[in-house]
Design a protein around this ligand. Sequence first.
Ligand SMILES: [Zn+2]
Length: 332
Amino acid sequence: MEPSSLSNRIASLPKTELHLHLEGSIQPATVCALTARHGFITTEEEVRQRYAYRDFPEFIEAFKWVTSFLREPQDYALIARDLAEHLLKQGVIYTEVTLSIGVMLLRKQRPEANFEALLCATEPFERRGLRFRWVFDAARQFGVDAAMEVVESVKRCNSKAIVAFGIGGDELSIPTKEFRPIYDCASEIGLHRLMHAGEVGGPEQIREAIELLGAERIGHGIAAINDPELMDFLAERKIPLEICPASNMKTAALALQLGLKEPTIEDHPLPKLFRHGIPIVLSTDDPAMFHTTLREEYAHAARMGLREDELARIVEMGFQHAFLPDVAKHSG
Ligand SMILES: [Zn+2]
């Protein structure tokens, strides 16, 4: 179903998806196929019920449940193919997909085996015009040593397709500065630096991610709306915010940052941030778990009042701020 408020021109432009978690992209039918591989029979309706939450902790519970069935490399291959088909339908031609390597390590899996299966599964899609690059992600609450293990696993995978290291999870768990040595190591092996910040945390989390860790793009960062000086700083330094409107609604991060009980999508600060000169990378975060698509996120942005030329500019920014140099150049 095409979102009605989006013009054909914007809907049909080739796009990027730069803030996208593989494990949050498993559509209900594929969840059923995945659980069946491990002897657990569930229905799409039951999955949809698990994919309905009122706040961030409930979302994390659902995430833990679905990822508990990702046990073998072939499980990852299955969900990657599903995601790739979905992205092609959305007109995506380049994506940087985040992998929860921290969770794989916690479950005593070998990331290099899972990653090899992912490369094999997605390779045929490159011929169909969809290019994949990967972000290895640590969960903040698992601690500094576990994050270092994620960087070590990048070395073992030894693939140029891994373009960045990032940290997600519980933003308020461990102080940002503790991760500095980890980001230094990631940088030494040629990885770009990402961090989720200012989603449920305050603007200081964003500032610290940039100043202490050298973060090059910020995951979410909507807390910037509460700090005019930080907005100036992001605009001057041209540091993009990876904005995922449906996610912010579903996790209640938007309500928290705006201090509103029941905000609507029109309350989202995306237009203010964008018109302040901050680069915006529009994404879906966990499209299956947040019942959204990339086109729908553009329709959301249109509902927030962004004009067609502004939406086209945001599409272009997705290419400009990609970590693959020739994709960034493609944006002209
Ligand atoms: Zn995310």
